[in-house]
Ligand binder design. Sequence first.
Ligand SMILES: Cc1cc2nc3c(=O)[nH]c(=O)nc-3n(C[C@H](O)[C@H](O)[C@H](O)COP(=O)(O)O)c2cc1C
Length: 279
Amino acid sequence: MGPALYTHAMRALEQATKALLAGDLTPATTGISFGRVRELLARCTQNLRTTAPHPVIARRKQIDMNLDKLMNKHLTRYFDPSKTIPEETLQQLLRFLRSTPSSVNVQPNHFYVLATPEGKERLTANLGERFQDNAEKILNASHTIILTTRADVPDSHLEAVFTKERADGRFPDPSKQELWESMTRDFLNLRSYGYKDLNHWMEKQTYMAVGLTMMAAAELGVEATPLEGFDPTSVDKAFKIRETGHSTTVLLALGYPDPERVYTTPISRFHADHLFTFI
Ligand SMILES: Cc1cc2nc3c(=O)[nH]c(=O)nc-3n(C[C@H](O)[C@H](O)[C@H](O)COP(=O)(O)O)c2cc1C
């Protein structure tokens, strides 16, 4: 009863807020009176005091706890080679990675999930001489993901995105889908010929996926360390990545820390005054 009422009240509040922003406050157009919103929220507050927290609220509490944990720790440099991420947890993380958003839904990535010693060794043998210190991290991590990004956006890729969006019913109205496709083409033309940064722009999407996946990993109790220390030319060659129209952007080592080798010194970041300007 609590969660249902909460959801109902929030919907009503959203509707009312939209009407308020549009400058139209009449119950006839919003379909809801402000008295009703007030009443629902009052009952909701009462319910929240007396019943278990709504799942959204309970979840927020959990995330806050993990934020504290994330804010006070170094990224893991030493993984425990004896620990493997359980299959269900790995699949959950990969489902999450698959769900990460990208600008105009361009979905510019392919991910190589290295789970076997052979896969990890192929990567460490091709990191390049100056990046050898990352080899131990990759070999001891449970899994390492090579995140690759498209070099460009051929029409075949764009058509594949649109075909999937249509099949998934992303827009219920076909005319909206058409409008979206034309806007997407315009935006990609702007990146290609205006800003001339198509690949760089797509790599920014890849970094967003990395950041979000690091947060998701923390939520699942898995340590995630991004690695930029590798030679992309030799990694691409070792996994025949350029043949697919992609190149390597960044690596993500996943696993559990070696308890004997966890850094406990304070993390070092600029003071808030240096970082934030409130206007
Ligand atoms: C995008 C990215 C790439 C990184 N690449 C490497 C790497 O190749 N090797 C490594 O040991 N650490 C790597 N790190 C870890 C950073 O060096 C580390 O987070 C930073 O120095 C702050 O240290 P702390 O996490 O211990 O506070 C990387 C971190 C980020 C965010």
